[in-house]
Unconditional design. Structure first.
Length: 401
């Protein structure tokens, strides 16, 4: 299937426009990384504490940040988590201890900061665990259960926690909602000693600073190793200039993608690194398709100028490029729009990466081969020549061998 037949677009004639376009986005990304937002590393890399908080009503991130600042929790990062109807936010704190006490500290700090209207002497049912609730019921014994009190109150505590966490998503709006769920005596005891806040801490996660630094190093090495391996492969399979051009195009793609995260102040997590490695491979594959067609045409069209051969090769593969990249782009765009908060960073990196990767195969990788050959010809005092001379000599040597 071909979308375009016999196209004759002068891509190399527009190389200076492509260069200006790339420089604008690369410089903007670099300025953001070095002067404005920096590289917004997620908790996976910088270390810290993640606290997942469920609210009864629609949360206001600015109000939450102000409340945390007043409580001494400075520089907390707040972002919505999950579908908007769930009323959940993810709070990232700079607490980097890795002990069990640190888990409790992160949770308790958030609870104390957000408890603005706590009644004196009462506990918050939304932030009370199963064991604490069971112990409370055993001590109060509102049902006068006698010998089987432990079993009965364990069942009651399980019913309350299940209603709160499973039916209400982690936070109940009022104790009145427990009517019909528990006995009236139990509800009366709860109303006497408990209240419900408008939030609940659902989960706490910690990544230590040493682990974060190790992950940073491994992510950087994984990216560099992938680029190095591709450079060696292309240098062996084609020529070194092809490998260099492809690697520079991939570096261009990674830089623009990371720059987009910095400009928009989106956190770079482990899933984003996975997406970046994916787009490196995708961009390289697209570049190899064009390079392979250039190599074929160099053998067939030995009398033509290299820029004309490269233009023809790009035009011949244009339908394939648009079909493949277009379908992949629609897939990752759907993932970005409907995949939820967990996949948001991953899909955003792929959306940007596929667009930039497809562009760089045409506008960066291919023109670099032409620029190198023209530079080499000018140094030797010859006019513009195709790569065919060197390539054909290689082919002859292989045939003789």
């Amino acid at each position: 299937m071909e979308l375009f037949k016999n196209t004759n677009i002068d891509f190399l004639g527009k190389k200076w426009y492509f260069l200006a376009f790339s420089l604008i986005f690369m410089i903007a990304g670099l300025l953001s990384m070095f002067l404005w937002h920096g590289i917004p590393l997620g908790v996976d890399f910088r270390g810290g504490t993640l606290v997942y908080v469920k609210f009864v009503q629609q949360p206001n991130p600015d109000a939450i940040r102000h409340t945390l600042d007043q409580a001494g929790l400075k520089n907390a990062r707040i972002q919505r988590f999950g579908p908007p109807a769930n009323n959940e936010v993810l709070i990232s704190l700079e607490l980097k201890e890795t002990s069990e006490q640190a888990l409790d500290k992160g949770k308790n700090d958030i609870i104390h900061a957000l408890e603005t209207n706590k009644p004196e002497g009462k506990q918050d049912l939304n932030n009370t665990g199963y064991s604490s609730l069971e112990q409370y019921l055993l001590s109060k014994d509102p049902l006068h259960a006698g010998t089987d009190a432990e079993q009965r109150y364990a069942a009651v505590a399980h019913t309350i926690v299940n209603y709160r966490d499973q039916e209400q998503g982690g936070a109940i709006a009022s104790l009145e909602g427990l009517k019909g769920k528990v006995e009236p005596a139990v509800l009366a005891a709860l109303q006497q000693d408990f209240y419900v806040s408008d939030f609940a801490v659902r989960n706490v996660e910690i990544v230590g600073p040493q682990v974060g630094k190790q992950l940073q190093r491994q992510a950087l090495l994984a990216t560099l190793y992938s680029l190095g391996g591709m450079l060696i492969y292309l240098g062996f399979r084609f020529e070194w200039i092809y490998g260099v051009g492809a690697v520079i195009a991939c570096f261009h793609d990674v830089l623009i993608t990371v720059g987009a995260f910095s400009l928009l102040n989106k956190e770079i997590t482990l899933t984003v690194i996975a997406a970046i490695l994916t787009l490196v491979g995708y961009s390289m594959n697209d570049t190899i398709v064009i390079y392979d067609r250039i190599r074929e045409n160099v053998k067939l069209l030995r009398r033509e100028r290299l820029p004309d051969i490269v233009n023809r090769s790009i035009n011949q593969t244009l339908s394939r490029t648009i079909l493949t990249s277009g379908l992949t782009f629609l897939t990752v765009l759907s993932l970005f729009l409907f995949g939820g908060e967990v996949l948001h960073g991953f899909s955003f990196a792929l959306v940007i990466g596929i667009l930039v990767g497809t562009y760089s195969s045409i506008a960066v990788a291919a023109p670099m081969v032409v620029a190198y050959q023209e530079w080499r010809a000018s140094r030797s005092g010859r006019g513009p020549v195709a790569v065919s001379n060197e390539s054909s000599r290689r082919d002859k040597v292989r045939i003789k061998a």
